[in-house]
Design a protein around this ligand. Structure first.
Ligand code: HEC
Length: 445
């Protein structure tokens, strides 16, 4: 697969996982925030319920206190007139020695007044009601009726957040049981001790609790947003960093690819065999086709590929350039004699060059070779020719020398004869001393 496709795929995957991480992170925070809202609301409701419980408990104990006393006498006023429903109770209305009229207040009446006051001041409403009413004023609303019916089935309490006059209230209702003291006034309705007489409801306004919840929700929202943004920035940075490193990798791969191709082209352009040989295992990591054309089969080592050997050449007659390079760490030039398939001798000139690491150890060796057989043969032919010429010159010289000697000898011979001829002529002349000789007959003496 091409590198740029790899990089593109890696980038796409990285982008996808970053998006997924961002999405997951956002969902996590939103989830956490929603959970918190739910939890905050639940907590507000729980707190309001606690207040409602406290109100009911206080009301009940207040009621039982009043019941214990069989009701409470208060001054009879316009605001608190004698209760018509107590008309059958003796001593409902009494007069103090001072002449001030007092009237008996039953617990429900008393509660109604205090509850009303409480609601006006604090907002928390209370209501005592029953399915079987003594006073129609105390009649239950729909919610209370349902709760009272639930109590008849054995439910211990009913609570809910509902709307009252357009506002949210936590309503809690608990049953009120008929105690002994209640019978004084309620026995006539047929109640016995332990019966559910009715129910007491407390309605706590939710607004103050919602305000508290909202405040902490705001804080939670701010902290979550900050954490969320930090997380997203972190994911973004992580993505960026990874993206940069992927791009860098691709860039260096590109460079390698270009360099690699460039190097390949250069090596390939050489018409002579070129190899890079590993100094450790004699393998050939790089070679051009001028080299591979002549490669023998076998494993990828210089001795197998170029010489068809099973073991390195060290120790053989063949000089191993790598051994030399390892020893000297310097470029060298050696000559090898190889044989081609026809068994002809081939003279190869080997140039070897060391590649060293930072410590100066030989890592690899560059080798390029030239076939110098033709040159060698030409040299040899020239040598032979010149030898022949020399021989010929020598022979010719010898011949000439011999001829010369002969000539000299002949010369000597000729010269001797001449002299003798002269000598003889002289002798003859002397002997004759005749007038008709060459001197004209004149005596020369
Ligand atoms: C002194 C008499 C008296 C006593 C004691 C008394 N009540 Fe009542 N109660 C009344 C009267 C009268 C009413 C109805 C008039 C009113 O609402 O004031 C009433 C009303 C109620 C109501 C409201 C529903 C309705 O019928 O109007 C409930 C519930 C109730 N009483 C429960 C009790 C319980 C429970 C006790 C005992 C713990 C108790 N009462 C003790 C006199 C009494």
């Amino acid at each position: 697969m091409a590198d740029y496709i790899v990089a593109e795929k890696a980038l796409r995957e990285l982008r996808r996982s970053a998006l997924l991480a961002a999405l997951f992170w956002t969902l996590l925070l939103v989830g956490s925030f929603l959970w918190f809202i739910h939890h905050a609301r639940e907590q507000s409701v729980a707190l309001a319920k606690k207040e409602a419980e406290a109100t009911i408990n206080k009301d009940l104990s207040f009621r039982y206190w009043a019941t214990k006393h069989g009701g409470v006498y208060v001054p009879a006023t316009d605001e608190t007139p004698p209760n018509p429903y107590l008309s059958n109770i003796p001593d409902r209305d009494i007069t103090l020695p001072s002449g001030k009229p007092l009237t008996l207040m039953n617990p429900a009446y008393m509660m109604r007044q205090t509850m009303q006051q409480y609601a006006d001041i604090y907002g928390t409403k209370g209501h005592l009601t029953s399915l079987k009413l003594m006073n129609p004023m105390n009649k239950p609303d729909d919610w209370e009726r349902k709760a009272l019916e639930e109590f008849e089935k054995g439910v211990k309490e009913v609570s809910e957040v509902t709307e009252l006059d357009g506002k949210s209230y936590l309503c809690l209702m608990r049953p009120t049981f008929t105690a002994k003291g209640c019978l004084k006034c309620h026995a006539a309705q047929g109640y016995k001790e332990g019966d559910i007489r009715g129910g007491l409801r407390a309605s706590v306004p939710m607004d103050p609790y919602f305000v508290i919840g909202k405040e902490s929700m705001n804080k939670f929202f701010i902290s979550h947003s900050v954490i969320g943004i930090i997380g997203l920035v972190g994911i973004g940075l992580f993505f960026r960093q990874n993206r940069i490193s992927i791009l860098r990798q691709e860039e260096s791969r590109n460079k390698e690819r270009i360099h690699g191709k460039f190097l390949e082209d250069i090596i390939e352009s050489l018409t002579h065999p070129f190899y890079v040989i590993d100094a450790n295992d004699y393998s050939i990591p790089l070679s051009n086709s001028a080299a591979t054309r002549n490669f023998a089969s076998g494993k990828n080592t210089c001795y197998a590929k170029t010489r068809g050997r099973d073991v390195p050449c060290s120790g053989s007659a063949h000089i191993c350039p790598l051994d030399e390079i390892k020893r000297t760490k310097k470029p060298i030039k050696v000559e090898h004699i190889n044989r081609d398939e026809q068994g002809n001798e081939k003279y190869i000139e080997v140039h070897a060059y060391p590649i060293l690491d930072a410590e100066g150890n030989v890592l690899q060796m560059i080798e390029y070779t030239f076939d110098i057989t033709e040159r060698k043969n030409a040299d040899a032919a020239l040598l032979k020719l010149s030898e022949e010429l020399e021989n010929r010159v020598m022979n010719r010289t010898k011949e000439l020398e011999e001829k010369n000697e002969e000539l000299e000898r002949l010369n000597k011979l000729f010269v001797g004869r001449e002299l003798r001829m002269i000598e003889l002529k002289q002798k003859l002349a002397a002997l004759e001393k005749l007038p008709d000789d060459d001197t004209g007959g004149k005596s020369v003496t």
